[in-house]
Design a protein around this ligand. Sequence first.
Ligand SMILES: Cc1ncc(COP(=O)(O)O)c(C=O)c1O
Length: 421
Amino acid sequence: MNDKDIYELIVAEHNRQSNTLQMIPSENHASADVFAALGSILTDKYSEGYPGQRYYGGCEVVDKVENLARDRAKALFGVDHANVQSYSGSPANAEIYMALLDPGDTIMGLALTFGGHLTHGHKVSASGIFYNSVQYQTGKDGYLDYDAIEQMAKKEKPKMLVVGATAYPRVFDWQRLREIADNVGAWMLADVSHIAGLIVAGEHPSPAGIADVIMTTTHKTLRGPRGAMILCNGNPSTPLKKVERTKKNLPTLIDRAVFPGMQGGPHNHQTAAIAVALHEAAQPDFKAYARQVVKNAKKLAAELKSRGFNLVTGGTDNHLLLVDLNNIGVSGKEAEDALSNVGITVNKNTVPFDPRGPFDPSGIRLGTPAITTRGLKENHMVQVAEWMEQAVKNKADSKKLDLLSKEVKKLALQFPLPSDK
Ligand SMILES: Cc1ncc(COP(=O)(O)O)c(C=O)c1O
C-alpha cells in the first residue's frame, strides 16, 4: 500500500487485535475470504435497483452476486425473501419502520439502558424522533417481563413491537411476543443482530415464520462483513403502483423502503462478502463454532460467578454476559479500563435499573464470539476469568496489570486471527 499513514494504522490495529483478546460481544473476526470479497473490484460498481431491474448498465455480474447472497440468506434462515442491500443495522431498522409505519406512529422497543438498541426507539435516535416511541424494560431480575410487555402493549397500542437487544443474555420467547403483537394488531420486528449466528446454527430459537420482519447485522455472531439483511415472508416484488401494507406485500414494501426509500447504490463488495459469510455459516463447522460460543460463555459465567462477580439474570443462554459490578465497588468504566490495560477488550454497559446512570454505568458487557473464532475453549475461560478478577482487583497497580498483559498476550498469540492463518 502506498499510503504509509493508513498502512501503519492498519498494521497497528492488526497487532492490537492479535496481541489481545476481543471480548466485545458484537465483534468477531471475519475470514480471509470475507476480506477478499470486501477488498475486491466489486467496490467500483454502481447498481441502483435490484437484480434484473437496475438504473445502470453493466450490472450482469453484480446481479449474480446479489442473487447468490439473497438465495443463501433465504435458505439459511428459511424465509421467502431477503434484502441484502442495507448498509448496516441502523439504516436497516429505519428502512423497516419506513416500510411499515407513518411518521408519528407508535413503536415499542426495549429501552437502551435495559439492553435495547438505539434504533429501537431511543429518544435521540431517528427511531425516537420520527416515531412516537414507548419503551419497555426488563424485570428486576434482568429477564424480559412478558406480562409487563403485554400490559404496556395493551395500553400504548403500538403499530410496531420491536424485539431484540444488544445486551440481553437470555433466549427470546418469540411465540409469546407474537401473541402480544397480535393482540394489539402490531407488526413484529425481530432484530436478531447479536444472535443470528446462533440461530442459523440451532443454538437459539428462530423467529422465522413468527416475526413479520427479521433484521440482522452480518458482522456479529454471523461473522461476516459489516452490513445487514432484512428477511421476511410474502410474495416477491410486484410491480403494483400502490402497495398496501399487508403481510403478503412485505417483500415489496421492504425493498422499496431500502431503495429508493432510504439508500442509493448498494455496496456490491459488501454484498459479495455477505454471500461468502452465509456460505461459511451453512457449513457443519459453523454449527460446532456456535455451540462452542455458547459453551464458552456459560463456562465463563460460571467461573466469574465463583469469583464473586454478579451476573445479570445469574448467567447466560447465549454469547454474552452482563456483569453488574456494584457489589465489587468498581464502576463499568474502571473495569473496562483495567481490562483494556491487560489486553482484554470489553465495554462498559448499563445494568437494569442502573443506580449510576448511562454515562458512568455499573456494568460491563462481554462475549465469546471473537475469542471462540480464534479457537479458545472452556479451559481457557477459567484463565480468562482469573485474569479478569486480577485486573479488576488490581486496577491501580500498573506493575501487576503489566505482568497480566504479558500473560494475556502470550495466550492470544497462540491463537492467530483467522485471516492470518
Ligand atoms: C440489536 C442491534 N440492532 C442494530 C444494531 C445496529 O447495527 P449497526 O451498528 O451496524 O448500525 C446493533 C449494533 O450494535 C444491534 O446490536
